[in-house]
Design a protein around this ligand. Structure first.
Ligand code: NAP
Length: 307
């Protein structure tokens, strides 16, 4: 029986682990299917306070983990696929191992969204990617395409110009969701080309099993055409990792955890931290702050239970 089980090992989960370990709660962290969370897929993080020269995302998240371990947090590999929050102790199925916990912190984050085209799914890892940092290297001197109009699309497009001969951003509208500074930076990059009001109808492989092009459609004039491309990167946002909690805690229609204030979910003793609840800020620093809040609330909850 654990005092606190933390689900997820990104910025939120690791910070929750650090705070609950320092409160002497000996937390157990179940790392999840993407250990380190989204930061483990990034390069330089320039906006985490305290690092004037920036810090690599994977280093930042690993540092927080080590800091948590230093105070007694334990980590286990695995993913929680089912839970029973209907009675206490709470029960969690971590890849077939049932864990029991007095309090739970859900910090399972959010995962990349896909277009949902069969050709896209078929070609993941063969020219289709959701992670520029992971796969950009493979497209040295090649033609690259990035889908999306948010900050991620701008960031990925800029990053990918280090590798590709050209990078085309495809966006379904004329207006961009990206912040002014990111958009201006991308627009100032001569390697980036733009196709707006354009959608991807199909990703093509010409029977080779690797991406060779895309079929695009302009939404205003209905024109459809094919364009040669080698690397196709998705940057169209994320989906919260909450499938395991459906029916157990309140979620919004998109699957994000509905907060009951602070770090509280609809179940007393179950807390949220980070992108799994936050569809607004979604930053490393806000996730870390949310992890701290969840740990403090879990500690107070356990303290109140004990008396
Ligand atoms: P986002 O802001 O939700 O943007 C997603 C983009 O993908 C939107 O432009 C959206 O188009 C498009 N899109 C969604 N579904 C699509 C579909 N099925 N087909 C085609 N296009 C689709 O997501 P994000 O860019 O990942 O950013 C998430 C959060 O992280 C934001 O708050 C962002 O500011 C932050 N962020 C910050 C930085 C930074 O500051 N360095 C870097 C990355 C992310 P519409 O606009 O038409 O809806």
């Amino acid at each position: 029986m654990r005092n606190v089980v933390i689900l997820g090992s990104g910025c939120a989960g690791n910070t929750a682990a650090l705070y609950s370990a320092r409160a002497n709660l000996q937390p157990l962290v179940v790392s999840g299917h993407e250990p380190g969370g989204q930061l483990s897929l990034t390069t330089l993080v320039e906006n985490f306070p305290g690092f004037p020269d920036g810090i690599n995302g994977p280093d930042l998240v690993e540092n927080i983990k080590q800091q948590a371990q230093h105070f007694g947090a334990e980590y286990m590999h695995g993913t929680v696929t089912g839970v029973d929050f209907s009675r206490r102790p709470f029960r969690l199925d971590a890849d077939g191992t049932w864990l029991e916990a007095r309090a739970v912190i859900i910090a399972t984050g959010a995962s990349a969204r896909w277009l949902g085209l069969p050709s896209e799914q078929k070609l993941i890892g063969h020219g289709v990617s959701s992670c520029a940092t992971c796969d950009g290297f493979f497209y040295r001197g090649k033609k690259i395409m990035v889908v999306g109009g948010g900050d991620s699309a701008m960031e990925e497009a800029i990053f990918l110009t280090r590798f590709g001969s050209e990078v085309t951003v495809i966006h379904r509208r004329d207006e961009f969701r990206a912040s002014r500074i990111m958009l201006d930076r991308a627009r100032a990059n001569p390697k980036i080309k733009w196709l707006t009001s354009t959608v991807v109808e199909e990703i093509l492989d010409g029977g080779t099993g690797v991406v060779t092009g895309v079929r695009l459609r302009h939404l205003k004039d209905g024109r459809s055409w094919e364009q040669a491309v080698d690397g196709f990167f998705l940057a169209i946002g994320h989906r919260p990792n909450t499938a395991a909690f459906k029916g157990q805690i309140d979620l919004d229609p998109d699957g994000y955890i509905l907060t009951k204030g602070g770090a509280r979910t609809s179940v007393e003793g179950v807390f949220h931290a980070g992108d799994v609840q936050d569809r607004v800020y979604r930053q490393a620093i806000t996730a870390a702050g949310a992890g701290c809040m969840a740990a403090i609330e879990a500690e107070r909850f356990l303290e109140a239970e004990a008396h």
